[in-house]
Design a protein around this ligand. Structure first.
Ligand code: RIB
Ligand code: CA
Length: 317
């Protein structure tokens, strides 16, 4: 039984790896991509999504442009992390395909309402599209199968401010709408993604295969590794988004706790900070499953094996 997935994404280097993992995994039926502002502008990430699908010979997957700006805040792009065009040093040909006319939030609504209980959402960028979809059609809360969110830092330092992770910091108000929606959610926070570092040795293993896929992974992650070294003294790079995607079909990679989680939308230093009430002082019903334990090598082996399979299917030699 495949998992029918809509991927809401801001490609973005680790987003690009999540798209490739979805395409390389027989457990996943990728129904479409909704693009969201974040690592680069919505126009840029939409173009990147189209180009990545062309790279992987997967132009049958539809792409929908989503929101250009957060619900309340001004956009915050991350060229220092993902490069000006969002894909590091990778340079993909201008896509020949075009995004569909429908807005990304409307694509989500249409699919979820047409297939009640069947659609899984993987949201690996700021949550603006999903929050807008909830406001436009509140019934998606009851009709979506499950939502997997890459975002937040529960007992881990922020990666954008001292307290906040990028996706929840860029649009904390959208995160608040989603976190309080009642949707069946699983959160993949920095607490687990920072335990799974894509190393130079992992890249060397992939580069044994002469393929445009491995060249893309090398050119994009080389920039991403330079960022992690310079800003966070990490040897390698944190591939947050592929891990989130992997949990949709291999949940055993992580251990979870049902927790009451919220996001700070006050205007102080904590804006975008995500926190869990571990002792449930307010006696609330938990609103999500949070991945707090992880088996790093189980995930990385899955990722590398799937990238090898995809690269071998598209060899240059
Ligand atoms: O904080 C990491 C997250 O923010 C990842 O999804 C990355 O792609 C950026 O969107
Ligand atoms: Ca992302």
């Amino acid at each position: 039984m495949t998992v029918k997935i809509i991927l809401d994404t801001d490609p973005g280097i680790d987003d690009a790896l999540a798209i490739l993992l979805a395409l390389a995994s027989p457990e996943v039926e990728l129904l479409g991509i909704s693009a969201i502002h974040g690592n680069a502008s919505t126009a840029q990430v939409t173009k990147n999504a189209l180009a990545i699908l062309e790279l992987a010979h997967a132009t049958h997957i539809p792409v929908y442009k989503g929101c250009d700006v957060p619900l309340v805040k001004a956009p915050l792009l991350s060229p220092e992390t993902h490069g000006g065009a969002g894909l590091g040093y990778a340079q993909l040909p201008e896509p020949q395909t075009q995004a569909r006319a429908e807005h990304g939030s409307d694509f989500m609504i249409e699919q979820i309402m047409a297939h009640p209980g069947e659609i899984t959402l993987a949201a690996i960028g700021p949550l603006t599209n999903l929050a807008l979809a909830i406001r436009k059609e509140p019934r998606i809360v009851q009709n979506v199968k499950e939502v997997f969110i890459m975002g937040g830092a529960i007992q881990h330092a922020g990666n954008t401010t001292a307290l906040a992770e990028y996706n929840t910091f860029v649009d904390p108000h959208a995160a608040h709408v989603v976190f309080h929606s009642g949707m069946p959610m699983t959160l993949t926070p920095l607490d687990v993604t920072y335990q799974c570092i894509f190393l130079k040795e992992d890249l060397e293993r992939l580069l044994k295969i002469n393929s445009p896929i491995t060249k893309f992974i090398a050119d994009s992650t080389r920039f991403y590794m330079e960022f992690h070294d310079e800003y966070q003294q990490i040897d390698g790079c944190v591939i947050n988004d592929p891990m989130t995607l992997a949990l949709t079909f291999m949940p055993e990679i992580c251990d979870y706790r049902e927790l009451v989680v919220d996001v700070d939308i006050s205007t102080g230093v904590g804006l975008g900070n995500t926190f869990a009430d571990f002792y449930n002082y307010e006696k609330k019903k938990p609103n999500m499953k949070v991945a707090l334990g992880v088996r790093p090598r189980l995930f990385m082996e899955l990722f590398l094996e799937r990238m090898e399979k995809l690269a071998n299917s598209l060899r240059d030699d």
